[in-house]
Design a protein around this ligand. Sequence first.
Ligand code: FAS
Ligand code: PHB
Length: 395
Amino acid sequence: MAMNELRTQVAVVGGGPAGSLLAYLLRLEGIDSVVIERRSRDYVLGRVRAGVIEHGTAQLLRDVGLGERMDAEGFVHDGVNLAFGGSLLRIDFRGLIDRYVVIYGQTQLQRDLYDALDRAEIPLLDESDDVTLDGIEGTEPTVTFRRHGETHTIRCDYVAGCDGVHGVTPQYIPGSLRRTYERIYPFVWVGVLSPTPPVNDELIYANHETGFALCSMRNEHLSRYYVQGSADDSVDDWPDDRFWETLSLRLPPDVAETLVTAPSIDKIVTPLRSFVAEPMSFGRLYLAGDAAHIVPPTGAKGLNLAISDVYYLSRALAERYRTGSEEALQSYSDRALSRVWKAVRFSWWMTQLMHRFPGVHDDFDRKIQRTELEYLAGSEHARRAMAENYAGMPL
Ligand code: FAS
Ligand code: PHB
């Protein structure tokens, strides 16, 4: 591809799940795009992040031809478990609302997405730095960036800001228009990937007096575990021994006794916060995914929201190119935010329900937490509400 001066219909900044899926969905609509990614392809493919694909998201991926490896390698889960008071409470998605989730790592999905871009010959310009936008209030915005020592400019009709939590595109929404909403949680998640069989065949979210824990997995030989840590913790504060001891303490005894441990093969410390920036569009710039909103991973929503955003955006762009109407583009932000806020609420609710809030929660708060869990245990309606949020609200 002759570089320096490029022309495409949609310039996509960011080659994570949002950007790469958007480019692929646009191609299915006959719309050309170019993906500009700061990191190397291998770096992006090496990131270990989310693990839960919502019912509707899984169906969307199948509908657009991206479900084959997910269905071959992913695990359909009909429910999830909450651990408190030494036992498990199962939330039965299938029995309550006839839905399920698929356990399939974001790492694997990202691989599928990059393979799809390659098959469709959609340019993924990785290792692109210093991205700047211009002309987003006009009809031919540009994206300028440096790649392999040269400066390039892409002229386009629209720019999609899919550059995540540290992205540059959100700054092109004028501060006078931008409203942000944030909640920072006073703790972190310490995440471990271990070459061990999962302790349970479904996920376990544990509320314990010493803190939260989560048991997830990637396959029958690879487990993904998290424990709540202090807000100022770093990976160095969590040697494997401490991690396994804390996880084991926070699980019901009959579960903990079957826990298989091994040296971790990946370890991260990730802060938890809720963040939404409105609006998600300005001029010819449209934001999607973490570039516009962040949720604590407690509700397993971050990846799924990135996918629903680009589903709406791709359909709005398709309508524009098919009919000339910009109506769907004009309502994109409101439509995406309506679903975003429902996921933000649920992620906040799950986080409030399952964690200890040092220096914030008092005895009253802890009694409310326990009562909420016991209400779930005693009310099918309450479990149905949780099931429909966890398995995913309709697209
Ligand atoms: P991403 O951040 O995935 O992708 C943005 C891309 O843009 C990145 O590849 C980045 O390199 C690139 N980029 C950034 N700035 C750029 C620039 N200036 N120019 C070009 N490219 C640029 N979600 C869950 O549901 N469960 C989890 O357990 C979970 N764990 C997470 C752990 C971590 C450490 C992080 C950061 C996120 C986690 N998430 C989790 C959320 C995560 O899955 C996101 O929701 C998901 O990756 C969102 O996808 P994108 O919006 O594409 O953003
Ligand atoms: C994961 O498997 O990484 C995972 C699962 C559920 C969550 C968060 C992360 O809520």
